[in-house]
Design a protein around this ligand. Structure first.
Ligand code: HEM
Ligand SMILES: *[C@@H]1O[C@H](CO)[C@@H](O)[C@H](O)[C@H]1NC(C)=O
Ligand SMILES: *[C@@H]1O[C@H](CO)[C@@H](O)[C@H](O)[C@H]1NC(C)=O
Ligand SMILES: *[C@@H]1O[C@H](CO)[C@@H](O)[C@H](O)[C@H]1NC(C)=O
Ligand SMILES: *[C@@H]1O[C@H](CO)[C@@H](O)[C@H](O)[C@H]1NC(C)=O
Ligand SMILES: *[C@@H]1O[C@H](CO)[C@@H](O)[C@H](O)[C@H]1NC(C)=O
Ligand SMILES: *[C@@H]1O[C@H](CO)[C@@H](O)[C@H](O)[C@H]1NC(C)=O
Ligand SMILES: *[C@@H]1O[C@H](CO)[C@@H](O)[C@H](O)[C@H]1NC(C)=O
Ligand SMILES: *[C@@H]1O[C@H](CO)[C@@H](O)[C@H](O)[C@H]1NC(C)=O
Length: 530
């Protein structure tokens, strides 16, 4: 995704530097909104491809994937539970912090779900998007796309730098007392624990390959290579069926953790029956209301974070969203502001004209594009998925003198005001990552009498591999800048370079002036599909 040398004055969620913020309304919110909203079609984020269709196993391809009977959407949910389960809410430690990446060797975390999931999520991690936030978004997407409802999604989770010293994910052989105590420590009482487990165990399977103490090895065949036994009769649908089949004694009867040949390993039966089946009967009586119960419980699970983490307000789909808005210098040495505007419609898109008007009075009509995007979101009580239309602009700086903001307006939408600044910017066409070297050229505008070149700085944020986990860590590097000749009369050019380790995802180039970030460029270093 391209940088936005802009800010949206209306909705700044994070404490922001005085001059400008980037992206809408902040890089993290903008990038995660893209994952959540741009599901299919034009400029789709590709994040949901791993769980489309919902019974897909993205780690393998073709017949191997089908015969594996593994389910990526279910794995994502299980990963979130295991990361959460070591939380100690009294002490304010653990919860969703991606520490699970360091803990895959623990017996309580056996199975391929963890590294499978991290392998897919890894390219999406960068300076602004933590693995812990992706881990949470994975559950939101699985539930939303696979039959359940939308779980309000807050962001701001921080990745752990080491394993959680606490263990304590309930295992199939764990006593009911110990299991309930583990949930209690994580902030979930008995009814919550039963509900949360039923919500989790409505998709996916128990695999005989990994859990011989639960399932007989005869389940493993050439077309069920891991010996999967589904929790309910709809493996990849997030629905109330696991509850119905358990109470009605039909279908999978609650799944292998209810029916295991080995009584001591019927952990779901012990849990569900621990209050005389009261909670399960309540959930049964709720019918489709089960979905709302799951939203509440899963939201609490995802928002269980270390006490030092401050979650930001829930992301909502932006109806007017500027994307990739940036200054650049063309080959004819013209300074140009370009970008795209995404408009999100509840149903069919309209072809009404859309204008961009700058604070200096300059106005143009945006250029519509043909390709439409489709979102998993429904807006304004519509039955249809929201549809995205894209329009672009490219405007010479000579028209934009003194402009400090632009407004996007069209029929049926609240006009959106976005700030811009042209004091300084990273020049996209002169900044790249090649063979481990980031070469950066930035421009500053001549005219500001107070400009102090010694206050200009460039910082690179690169996600790189670290030992013992597939979760990348972010390495920050300062680039030393020197002035170089500028071909543009009212701009000064500064350039520099830095060598970085092989990145696992997008590398960010941040331009700072007097300590404030005034522009950001994301260099797409991997197949992240931003
Ligand atoms: C007493 C608590 C729990 C125990 C003992 C337990 C145990 C298990 C076991 C043994 C499996 C099979 C894994 C495999 O074979 O790959 C499994 C799968 C699963 N669990 Fe749980 N679980 C518990 C609670 C939860 C909760 C609270 C959630 C989520 C909210 C959850 C989500 C899942 C999912 C989605 C799967 C399917 C994974 C797949 O198909 O790959 N579990 N669980
Ligand atoms: C934004 O820029 C990135 C990187 O060039 C590109 O992959 C993406 O399609 C662009 N998105 C839009 C909406 O212009
Ligand atoms: C999108 O994700 C799929 C896996 O679901 C992957 O095979 C493909 O390469 C990705 N495409 C892009 C453009 O990143
Ligand atoms: C049940 O599963 C556990 C592993 O979780 C195993 O150690 C135990 O031996 C199994 N059976 C019994 C009798 O608990
Ligand atoms: C249950 O599992 C445990 C270990 O996994 C084993 O010791 C025990 O014999 C099993 N019980 C049955 C009935 O198979
Ligand atoms: C493979 O699956 C088919 C149904 O899809 C079933 O008829 C067949 O018996 C299975 N074969 C084996 C070896 O399990
Ligand atoms: C709870 O329900 C299960 C499954 O329907 C049943 O096997 C079990 O006996 C019930 N337990 C109690 C205490 O009612
Ligand atoms: C609408 O979204 C749902 C998921 O929420 C998806 O299953 C369905 O395929 C989408 N419909 C279209 C036409 O894209
Ligand atoms: C998961 O990946 C990490 C990092 O590569 C590795 O150290 C760990 O052993 C892997 N875990 C499993 C169960 O393969």
């Amino acid at each position: 995704m391209r940088p936005l040398a802009i800010s949206i004055s209306l909705l700044s969620l994070l404490p922001t530097p005085s001059l400008t913020t980037f992206f809408y309304p902040h890089p993290t919110a903008s990038l995660l909104e893209h994952i959540l909203v741009d599901t299919w079609g034009a400029y789709a984020s590709n994040f949901s491809s791993a769980i489309t269709p919902c019974d897909r196993y993205v780690t393998e391809v073709g017949a191997a994937a089908i015969n594996s009977h593994r389910t990526t959407s279910a794995q994502w949910l299980r990963v979130a539970f295991h990361d959460f389960a070591t939380a100690d809410v009294g002490a304010g430690t653990g919860g969703i912090d991606a520490s699970i990446g360091f803990e895959t060797a623990r017996e309580e975390n056996k199975g391929s779900a963890f590294n499978d999931s991290f392998t897919f999520w890894r390219p999406f991690v960068n300076e602004f998007v933590s693995m812990a936030d992706l881990l949470a978004v994975g559950t939101v997407m699985s539930v939303h796309l696979c039959g359940g409802k939308y779980i309000p999604y807050q962001y701001g989770r921080i990745d752990a730098t080491e394993a959680d010293p606490r263990t304590g994910v309930p295992e199939v052989g764990t006593s009911i007392e110990a299991t309930l105590a583990q949930f209690e420590q994580a902030g979930f009482n008995q009814a919550d624990a039963i509900g949360l487990t039923a919500c989790g165990h409505t998709i996916g399977s128990v695999h005989a390959g990994g859990f011989p103490e639960v399932l007989e090895q005869t389940l493993i065949t050439s077309n069920n290579t891991n010996g999967a036994s589904n929790f309910d009769s709809s493996r990849a649908v997030f629905d109330p069926l696991v509850v119905r089949e358990y109470i009605d004694n039909t279908g999978a009867r609650g799944g292998a953790l209810v029916t295991s040949y080995n009584e001591t390993n019927r952990s779901d039966l012990r849990l569900y029956a621990s209050d005389g089946n009261k909670t399960m009967l309540d959930l049964y009586a709720q019918g489709d209301g089960f979905q709302d119960t799951c939203v509440t419980l899963l939201e609490r699970m995802l928002n269980t974070v270390p006490s030092s983490v401050q979650l930001q307000p829930a992301i909502t789909p932006a109806l007017i969203k500027p994307v990739n808005v940036t200054w650049d210098v063309t080959s004819e040495n013209q300074m140009v502001l370009s970008g795209r505007i995404r408009l999100l419609y509840p149903g069919e898109v309209s072809s009404d004209p859309v204008s961009i008007t700058f604070s200096n009075g300059y106005t143009e009509m945006l250029v519509p594009e043909d390709g439409l995007g489709t979102s998993a979101f429904r807006l304004a009580d519509s039955q249809a998925n929201a549809t995205a239309r894209y329009l672009s602009f490219s405007i010479q700086s000579t028209n934009l003198l003194e402009a400090s903001s632009f407004t996007i307006a069209t029929n049926g939408f609240e006009p959106q005001v976005c700030q811009i600044q042209d004091e300084g910017f990273v020049i996209p066409s002169m900044t790249n990552l090649d063979n481990g070297k980031v070469s950066v050229t930035v421009a500053t505008r001549i005219g500001n009498i107070d400009f102090d070149a010694s206050q200009l700085a460039v910082e690179i944020g690169a996600p790189v591999a670290q030992p013992l986990t597939l979760v990348p860590k972010i390495i920050r590097t300062v680039v030393n800048l020197g002035e170089v000749e500028s071909p543009v009369s009212n701009l000064r050019y500064w350039s520099g370079s830095a060598v970085i380790e092989a990145p696992t995802g997008a590398v960010s180039v941040g331009l700072l002036y007097k300590g404030d970030v005034i522009d950001i460029l994301l260099l797409d270093a991997a197949v992240a599909g931003w």
